[in-house]
Design a protein around this ligand. Structure first.
Ligand SMILES: Cc1cc2nc3c(=O)[nH]c(=O)nc-3n(C[C@H](O)[C@H](O)[C@H](O)COP(=O)(O)OP(=O)(O)OC[C@H]3O[C@@H](n4cnc5c(N)ncnc54)[C@H](O)[C@@H]3O)c2cc1C
Length: 397
């Protein structure tokens, strides 16, 4: 899968400059299709941008680089406001109960998910999502806008539909993009799809004139609802220390964690794919394939055993404890997952191991460490920092 991602990057490379800037908003347009690989860190942002800058100048590739950094921005923003994610899960759970009690709400949601709204583009996009696990960015914006503003359905149910079906389903990019469409991210500013915009950027394929709402109520919340918290300080690998690597689907490229092969005494791949409730068969199969190929690659790369464990099981901490002893490891090293279902699983496991006195090395990639502290306000402020941070990370001279 990493190979597949790198090949995709290679094919897209000639288009990452001005072509992308001019064609990215059209559907299908000029886009990379790299998100499932970057989202699971089968390939990293540093690799993508490094490769792109070998072919294009920073100015030519600026738009593409900024898009890559949108994911980083959303992740950093949510990392400092984890209550946005927990609130989303709570509201979603109560909406699902409400759907059982109110058949009308359930019918309306199912008619969108099952492509029965009668709005041609919406129905096609719902089918495309279920069938391929992918939607173009502009389509995601239109879909979310029609879901919220025209069909007047709760945004959390739409975000959940995406999370269950996208191959790149990402707690930060997804939840915060849906909130952005509602006006909750940029206070007072909503995103409203128009028939003209859809017609223009689908080059006449869809003309939903007269079908879309012209007005949308702006949702508001108080800034004090989600007070930011400081980012936790990461640990560093202790050179020479034998360690057991704990790998999750949030970062499937531990060769790049800065831990030399000689310090790795074993590897555990912890599966958390089903930690998000109701995830569909297509993303489950994609992730399972990614984990399987990662296990095979790591066995070769690190010349040690790679064991797959189920994250949610009660016996997992005890199993890890035994493995640490068997491998003669002095610590457990994990790339701490960003806010989301995998983190919830890992947190429980690590808490139990810490209580047993196991030394934990909670790592963070330099990319996240350098960018996240800038995700305090809107993206426009964040993006001004991109050249300086890329210099700091030696991605540009
Ligand atoms: C309502 C909504 C929900 C979304 N949900 C997700 C999600 O769950 N997971 C996800 O990865 N992206 C999400 N996005 C962002 C974006 O739509 C996808 O990352 C993008 O469409 C992926 O396709 P691509 O790789 O061909 O993009 P390209 O245009 O080729 O972009 C290159 C890379 O930049 C990043 N990127 C591009 N646009 C965005 C963006 N707006 N936000 C964050 N990263 C971006 C991705 O890593 C992408 O692979 C969502 C956007 C919206 C509007």
């Amino acid at each position: 899968m990493r190979e597949e991602g790198l090949k995709k990057l290679g094919r897209f490379l000639p288009h990452a400059g001005r072509n992308y800037a001019q064609g990215r908003n059209f559907v299908p347009g000029v886009v990379s299709g790299l998100s499932p690989y970057v989202r699971h860190r089968l390939i990293t942002e540093t690799e993508v941008i490094g490769t792109v800058l070998q072919k294009h100048s920073f100015q030519e590739a600026e738009k593409f680089i900024q898009e890559i950094c949108w994911r980083t921005y959303w992740k950093g923003w949510l990392e400092m406001r984890p209550s946005v994610w927990s609130e989303y899960l709570e509201v979603l759970q109560s909406l699902k109960i409400q759907m059982q009690e109110e058949p009308d709400l359930k019918d309306r949601v199912q008619s969108v998910e099952n492509a029965g709204t009668g709005i041609g583009c919406m129905d096609d996009w719902a089918n495309e999502l279920r069938k391929t696990g992918y939607l173009h960015n502009h389509v995601r914006m239109w879909f979310a806008s029609i879901w919220v503003h025209t069909l007047r359905l709760p945004w959390q149910l739409g975000a959940d539909f995406f999370m269950r079906h996208l191959l790149d389903g990402d707690p930060a990019s997804n939840t915060l993009s849906w909130r952005w469409v509602c006006g909750l991210q940029t206070q007072g500013k909503i995103y409203g799809a128009t028939a003209e915009n859809i017609e223009c950027f689908t080059e006449g394929r869809y003309t939903p004139r007269g079908l879309l709402s012209q007005e949308a109520p702006i949702m508001r919340e108080s800034f004090t609802n989600h007070p930011p918290r400081p980012l936790a300080l990461p640990d560093q690998h202790v050179s020479g220390e034998k360690t057991l690597l704990l790998v999750t689907e949030e970062d499937l490229y531990p060769e790049d964690w800065g831990i030399p092969q000689s310090d790795v005494s074993g590897i555990v791949l912890l599966e958390t794919t089903k930690a998000y409730p109701g995830i569909a068969a297509l993303p489950v199969a994609w992730k399972s394939n990614a984990l399987e190929e990662t296990a095979a690659r790591l066995t070769d790369e690190f010349q040690c055993s790679v064991l797959r464990l189920q994250g949610g099981e009660e016996s997992t901490p005890a199993r890890l404890h035994t493995l640490l002893r068997e491998h003669g490891a002095l610590s457990l090293s994990v790339m701490i997952p960003p806010v989301g279902p995998t983190l919830s699983v890992i947190d429980r496991v690590l808490r139990e191991l810490a209580n047993e006195g196991i030394a934990l090395r909670k790592l963070r990639r330099p990319w996240d460490g350098a960018f996240w502290p800038h995700a305090t306000h809107g993206f426009f402020k964040f993006k001004e920092q991109i050249p300086a941070v890329l210099k700091q990370l030696s991605c540009i001279p």
